[in-house]
Write a protein that binds this ligand. Structure first.
Ligand SMILES: [Zn+2]
Length: 130
């Protein structure tokens, strides 16, 4: 018989798209972690918006600010927005996160991250705007 591997989870980050059906799952997930006494570190809004590569127009195909509403409702911090962007997908497929390789791209992170990476070590990502 194999041994049992036990680990502790220091915290959870809830990642959700902005639309209501995804928020319902995210809400249940956050509540599950709370029930398990696992700290919920915050909410990240994935597919928050799309910036047209042709004209720069910004649209919100999955709705707007759903993660912010969820974070407010559950007294959590909104950690950031990840837009629909080709570079995000390509970087993920290559295994090189776009924030590490192209932190200057303006649409890729719309809110500053405030989370603590470890004791006394603060993440300071680039603050960009649309
Ligand atoms: Zn366009």
């Amino acid at each position: 018989m194999k041994g049992v591997c036990v680990f502790t989870c220091p915290g959870a980050v809830i990642v959700t798209t902005p639309q209501d059906v995804a928020l319902a799952d995210a809400r249940r997930g956050a509540q599950m972690f709370r029930d398990l006494h696992t700290p919920v570190l915050g909410v990240v809004q994935n597919m928050s918006h799309h910036v047209c590569s042709q004209c720069g127009h910004t649209s919100h195909p999955f709705g707007r600010d759903g993660a912010a509403r969820l974070a407010s409702e559950m007294n959590l911090e909104l950690l950031g927005d990840v837009p629909l962007h080709l570079d995000v997908r390509e970087g993920a497929d290559r295994g090189s996160p776009v924030l590490a390789t192209q932190p200057h791209l303006p649409p890729l992170l719309c809110l500053p991250l405030h989370s603590q990476q470890g004791p006394g070590e603060t993440v300071t990502p680039p603050v960009t705007s649309q």
